[in-house]
Ligand binder design. Structure first.
Ligand SMILES: Nc1ncnc2c1ncn2[C@@H]1O[C@H](COP(=O)(O)OP(=O)(O)OP(=O)(O)O)[C@@H](O)[C@H]1O
Length: 321
């Protein structure tokens, strides 16, 4: 039994548009541990929002498995899905207009998810005040969303998402429309919620500052998880040049972050884009399996299992002897 709060196993999502099929996720694997703060990065169209929508119960997988806090998202009936969306996950969107109702005060916005869940007035008020305090906006409780700044609106959106005490917070580009300083404040708030409440947070971002401050960054390429970057426990004084980070999406410094390529259960991996650009594989590779590592070489570059030409272009030792 895994202790992970999120498990995606060979997850597939196919959208059907008229006669066309768009494969948005093609066999994606992912595990997230309770209390982790994780960022999903990837170029436009790689499938990040699709994954977040499935995790949020807004969309269903076409195939594969997706478990969140023990809920099998491919098998929920309508009632269970509603419960899941109300109590198990919270969602924050990039556009504050999607998070908050403009005609309700900040306090009423935070009360609304509880009202829809049948929570009594006293408890709703108590929880709203608690959350307003947590986000530092107690004094603005009676204002309308239009009367506060974009950063403050995002803070309220986080409070709304947390109103029913979800186990997992999902955030799609939460700092996308904010300036650098305000984005930093949202990042600090998310970090605090993660550390103080033990909240599991999964966010989609293009913001390198945000990605640099989470526990783990997963790059999605063509609907599959391709690379994973984790923060090093202790910064290294110097990192060998051949270990420089290969992330094509958000280049986090190798002094503070360590990147790895993900290998799925059947051994498939996606090489980083840099490797494909630098080395002419042309779709195939020769594999050398050593006792403690595996090497991939372009077809034709090995002679008797050894490189025919050294990495600096010189002939190999065996050739020269
Ligand atoms: N409702 C939909 N109907 C049809 N195709 C869709 C739908 N939603 C997404 N797609 C397609 O699925 C693929 C993945 O889209 P998705 O929005 O998940 O990517 P993304 O990585 O979040 O992109 P972005 O960074 O631009 O938001 C794209 O090819 C997209 O066009």
């Amino acid at each position: 039994m895994t202790s992970a709060v999120i498990v995606c196993d060979n997850l597939v999502k196919i959208y059907k548009v008229a006669d066309l099929e768009v494969v948005a996720l093609q066999g994606l694997d992912l595990e997230v541990q309770p209390g982790e703060m994780l960022a999903l990065v990837g170029v436009s169209g790689s499938g990040k929002t699709t994954l977040l929508n499935i995790l949020g119960g807004l969309d269903s997988p076409s195939a594969g498995r997706c478990l969140v806090a023990g809920y099998d998202l491919a098998r929920l009936n309508e009632r269970q899905r509603l419960f899941y969306r109300r109590f198990v996950v919270g969602h924050v969107w990039q556009q504050s207009g999607r998070n908050l109702l403009p005609e309700l005060s900040l306090q009423e916005n935070i009360e609304l998810p509880q009202l829809l869940s049948g929570v009594g007035r006293r408890e709703r008020l108590r929880r709203a005040r608690e959350l307003l305090h947590l986000i530092g906006l107690e004094a603005a409780a009676q204002r309308l969303p239009a009367q506060i700044s974009g950063g403050e609106q995002q803070r309220v959106a986080i409070a709304v998402a947390l109103a029913n005490r979800p186990q997992v917070l999902l955030a799609d580009e939460p700092t996308g429309e904010l300036d650098t300083q305000t984005a930093g404040e949202i990042l600090q708030l998310l970090r605090r919620l993660n550390q103080e409440l033990g909240l599991t947070i999964v966010l989609v971002t293009h913001d390198p500052a945000l990605a640099a401050n989470v526990d783990r960054v997963i790059a999605i390429r063509d609907g599959r998880t391709s690379t994973e970057t984790v923060r090093r426990e202790a910064p290294l004084a110097s990192v060998p040049p051949h270990l420089t980070t290969a992330s094509a999406v958000i280049a986090l410094p190798s002094e503070t972050h360590r990147e790895s390529v993900l290998i799925d259960r059947v051994g498939r991996l996606q090489l980083p884009k840099e490797a494909l650009e630098r080395i002419p594989f042309h779709g195939r590779a020769e594999v050398v399996i050593a006792s403690d590592h595996v090497e991939l070489w372009p077809v034709g570059s090995l002679l008797n299992g050894k490189p025919a030409v050294g990495s600096n272009g010189s002939e190999s030792r065996e050739e020269q002897l």
